[in-house]
Design a protein around this ligand. Structure first.
Ligand code: NAD
Length: 332
């Protein structure tokens, strides 16, 4: 398998730019393409915006020399020169399929083509492309430069060895690769997030709470725990000495009532307005950029604390440091 020295990015919106910032910081060269030439300025801006957080995150890690960035509107240039291609174009199956057909026609057969798709299954996207065995989903989280999670999913035609190569590459740029056992729409994490969001929309629709109150219910309570341990481990602890079994005895019966809904409410104008106006009021006049900065500074601080305990995203940061040290020793 080829060494991955140059990452090709297709689509340089929120997610593509996040991939670029992460890879460049980890010392990987990037060739990034977007149909819209105006995205070049936007991309440079987004990378600059991410730099202080990335520098703070890795302040005590000996980082390699920064990668080099090239921007183009020519997708074929990416196909012909990248060692690994990560697609982040809009979430429309037809657009994605046509982009993959072009890329797969021109990219050498051992170049992995990965999609950032939030919900499509790899089998839906790889069928009919040239060398479908090198196609995977590599689903990241926003902001890609600070969230280490990437869900790796293979389709019917994917060769497992490519999933392992993708894992190695993502880990080498400081990510935590979650190998998803079976493809399902929405992979794993977005299904969990959607379940919660559905309840939020119901609560807005039924006039139970505002967006601000719903967010209070998350950030002062369960949300504070989730960066450290997931819901399952947290519930085990909540069962006291009786652990998970005691927890189920106590709260299992509520699943029969049930407290929550299964289907989302229809997205009426009223719900959309409650969601949009509510979050606008919560922002309190702060711009998206300001909110991003606060979010990023706190995400950095949390990960640096978790690093001391070698827990969750902090453990990923420790692994990243080990990987970089190993790479530096090998090359010099
Ligand atoms: N935004 C998120 O939170 C998030 C998180 C994880 C994954 N994703 C996934 O990442 C992908 C990109 O999402 P995003 O939020 O960065 O979108 P975005 O709209 O911010 O960016 C998409 C970019 O793709 C470009 N593009 C390239 N080729 C195109 C084509 N053929 N037709 C139209 N546009 C083209 C657009 O110009 C635009 O710059 C989607 O599949 C999405 O589901 C998004």
């Amino acid at each position: 398998m080829r060494e991955i020295n140059r990452l090709g990015l297709i689509g340089t919106g929120v997610i593509g730019a996040g991939w670029a910032a992460r890879a460049l910081h980890a010392g990987v060269d990037v060739i990034a393409a977007d149909l819209n030439p105006k995205m070049q300025d936007w991309l440079n801006d987004a990378i600059d915006n991410a730099a202080p957080s990335l520098n703070a995150l890795t302040a005590d890690i000996d980082m390699p020399q920064r990668g080099m960035l090239r921007f183009t509107t020519d997708f074929n240039e990416v196909a012909l020169t990248a060692d690994f291609i990560q697609e982040s174009v809009p979430e429309t199956l037809e657009i994605k399929r046509s982009v993959f057909a072009t890329l797969a026609e021109h990219a050498p057969a051992d170049v992995i083509i990965a999609s950032s798709t939030s919900g499509f299954m790899p089998s839906e996207m790889q069928h009919g492309m040239n060398h479908p065995e090198r196609f995977i989903v590599g689903h990241p989280f926003n902001p890609v430069y600070l969230c280490p999670l990437v869900e790796i999913v293979g389709g019917n035609e994917t060769d497992d060895s490519y999933k392992q190569v993708a894992r190695g590459f993502y880990e080498s740029i400081g990510m935590h690769a979650l190998m998803v056992r079976r493809e399902v729409p929405g992979h794993i994490s977005d299904r969990l997030q959607e379940a919660m969001w559905r309840e939020i929309l119901h609560a807005l629709n039924d006039d139970i709470a505002t967006t601000g109150e719903l967010d209070e219910a998350i950030v002062y309570g369960p949300g504070l725990r989730w960066a450290i341990m997931g819901m399952n481990q947290i519930y085990m602890i909540a069962g006291g000495e009786g652990g998970a079994r005691h927890f189920i005895e106590q709260f299992g019966p509520a699943l029969e009532w049930p407290w929550s809904h299964l289907k989302a409410p229809p997205l009426s104008e009223d719900i959309v307005a409650r969601f949009a106006d509510g979050t606008e009021a919560q922002a309190g006049g702060r711009s998206i950029r300001e909110l991003e900065r606060i979010r990023d500074e706190c995400m950095v601080a949390i990960q640096r604390v978790l690093r001391k305990h070698d827990m969750a995203s902090g453990a990923t940061l420790n692994q990243f440091e080990k990987h970089l040290r190993h790479r530096a020793e090998k090359s010099g």
